[in-house]
Unconditional design. Structure first.
Length: 269
């Protein structure tokens, strides 16, 4: 069996997630993150695997209203609530348009208006991660957790940043914290699966990828990861099931997985 090699890649707008806003006090979301990508190298075939992150589709971001600190941020001083909301909204709009530098400036202005808002730090951390500024992202996400230790978005994003830095144990820890706080969010399960896979815990990785799909059947990254895994195990019918799902989702990964399956997967029966 060939051993896959993973690395990150930039995702298309339709395949990106953001880990930041909240549609209600208990649901964290992520708007347009460059998702993790695993390059699974086989003989004559490269499979691009994006590792999903906790959050909601980007098109849900415009319906989210940010009015102030997260619940556990208590009585943070809001110097200018109206300016805070205006900058947050502007930052989200620029982020959705892929204007990351502009988004970062808006989130900084939002923090100037309300320095104690945990979500603003998460937004800033996410935008920094989008530009692959991992240290800046980590610093802001840790700051968010200093304001709100139970913010699932901050834990989920921090898990992603640690994964980017190949700090697998830390990524696993933060993903588990995100899951404990928000167990029905599919994305930290997929992030945890990626960490398990990278540390040789393939059985646990399969469990978490399956869980992510149970919660969100549209995660093409999890379908690809499982399709490749089953292909390597010689379970071609299972691999084809995930290929069919990728076709239904219109995922560009479908062709790559199909090519692998057509070659008989190259696994020992």
């Amino acid at each position: 069996m060939e051993k896959p090699m993973k690395e990150w890649m930039k995702g298309s707008a339709g395949m990106r997630r953001l880990l930041v806003l909240k549609t209600n006090p208990k649901r964290a979301f992520v708007l347009t993150l460059s998702l993790a990508a695993l390059i699974l190298t086989f003989s004559g075939c490269n499979l691009m695997q994006k590792t999903p992150l906790p959050g909601q589709p980007a098109d849900q971001a415009t319906t989210t209203s940010i009015t102030g600190p997260t619940p556990s941020a208590t009585t943070a001083s809001q110097n200018n609530p109206q300016a805070f909301k205006a900058h947050m909204d502007a930052g989200n709009a620029k982020a959705k348009a892929g204007q990351w530098e502009g988004a970062i400036e808006e989130f900084k202005q939002a923090l100037a208006a309300n320095p104690n808002n945990a979500q603003a730090y998460v937004q800033l951390g996410w935008a920094s991660a989008e530009l692959k500024r991992w240290d800046d992202a980590k610093q802001n996400l840790i700051a968010a957790l200093g304001k709100d230790p139970n913010n699932p978005s901050a834990h989920a994003n921090l898990a992603w940043v640690y994964a980017e830095q190949k700090r697998w144990n830390d990524a696993e820890l933060e993903a588990k914290k995100a899951i404990d706080l928000e167990p029905k969010n599919a994305y930290p399960h997929a992030t945890l699966a990626w960490a398990y896979q990278e540390t040789g815990q393939s059985g646990l990785a399969v469990v978490e990828y399956e869980k992510s799909l149970e919660l969100n059947p549209s995660l093409d990254n999890s379908h690809l990861a499982l399709g490749v895994t089953y292909c390597n195990q010689g379970l071609i019918s299972r691999a084809k099931t995930h290929y069919d799902k990728l076709v239904q989702l219109g995922s560009p990964h479908a062709e790559a997985l199909n090519t692998r399956i057509a070659k008989g997967c190259g696994a020992k029966k």
